[in-house]
Write a protein that binds this ligand. Structure first.
Ligand code: UDP
Ligand code: MG
Length: 313
């Protein structure tokens, strides 16, 4: 297996019920493209027969199949990262194992890359998810776009294609909690999105509870933006400012009414608010420094050079 054009990375966690139909559709779909490809399955510590099924599949198509077996459950994104570290293709596609994104769409992603895009995201044509999830993801999308400037119409859709450059940049980043489509987007120079079909999970059940979904979005915002921190100091400043204004108003009022007392119970309340404001502001400042340390340890590439024009000796 020399360097293929296309690498397909698929995380697998307890998918024994659906793997057979995945194999049955994925391989023909890729064979049809008539390009060199490899498929990397990463078993994320499944406790069912998934690992055994992957092993069997490897034996039946060793020419294009590679399998990474984790020794535990590290989450979908770590599984994809493991695939990224090993893939050899010029173009890398991520796909879920549950057939919610039809593998037949990979050809369309490739066609888009032929046009020169280095990041092809996808939008599910007709969401088959339950109501609350649709609503929650819409709301999150809006918030994320404002906080992080990452434009993803449909963040829940993992069927995406990336160029080798993007994957190398991701591999250089040393972060622990991350959201791959967003990280990739931040490294892309010519991103696009296309609509893809979307189906019900073919078998098995979703690994994402509401809690996990919230965690994921939290990762997304904290991983790409320091706005939440800045809001803290802003809020602190606001509280402090309002309490100073309130104090002035109270003083003026007292002076005008003639009943002048310098210190009353009211002043203490106002002073308390002022101090709370100062504390929040300080918390925000500390947060800024922590944020910087965080950025430093993540060790993402600071920039990506697309080309250098120079005369070589
Ligand atoms: N997955 C994984 N590790 C996990 C959870 C999920 O590798 O801890 C895989 C899972 O096998 C599937 C993909 O990630 O291929 C997406 O998971 P799922 O379909 O459950 O998520 P949903 O589509 O419901 O968001
Ligand atoms: Mg799914």
């Amino acid at each position: 297996m020399s360097s293929p054009l296309l690498s397909v990375v698929i995380p697998v966690y307890n998918e024994e019920a659906g793997l057979a139909s995945l194999f049955a559709r994925l391989y023909p779909a890729l064979d049809k493209l008539a390009i060199g490809y490899e498929i990397i399955f990463v078993n994320d510590g499944s406790t069912d027969r998934s690992a055994a099924l992957l092993r069997e599949q490897f034996q039946s198509r060793p020419d294009v199949t590679r399998v990474v077996l984790f020794n535990g459950n590290y989450g979908q994104h770590m599984a994809i990262m493991a695939g990224f570290e090993r893939c050899r293709g010029e173009r890398i596609v991520t796909l879920d194992a549950d057939l919610q994104n039809p593998p037949e769409e990979i050809g369309n992603l490739m066609a888009e890359m032929d046009k020169g895009f280095d990041y092809v995201g996808s939008i599910r044509r007709k969401r088959q998810d339950v109501g609350w999830r649709r609503w929650a993801s819409k709301a999150m999308n809006r918030l994320r776009e404002r906080l992080t400037h990452i434009k993803m119409t449909d963040q829940g859709c993992m069927l995406r294609a990336y160029s080798r450059d993007i994957i190398s940049a991701i591999n250089q980043s040393r972060e622990i909690s991350t959201y791959i489509p967003a990280l990739a987007y931040s490294f892309a120079h010519n991103p696009t999105e296309i609509e893809v079909e979307h189906e019900e999970r073919s078998a098995g059940e979703s690994k994402y509870s509401l809690y996990k979904l919230i965690r994921l979005n939290f990762d997304l915002v904290t991983g790409f933006s320091v706005v939440p921190l800045q809001m803290f100091s802003l809020f602190g400043m606001l509280v402090a400012l309002i309490s100073v204004i309130a104090y002035v108003i109270v003083m003026v009022q007292r002076a005008l009414s003639g009943s002048w007392t310098f210190w009353s119970i009211w002043d203490r309340d106002i002073l308390e608010f002022f101090l709370i404001g100062v504390v929040l502001f300080g918390l925000g400042i500390i947060g800024e420094y922590v944020g910087r340390i965080y950025q430093q340890v993540r060790d993402r590439p600071r920039y990506l050079v697309q080309a250098v024009l120079e005369k070589t000796e």
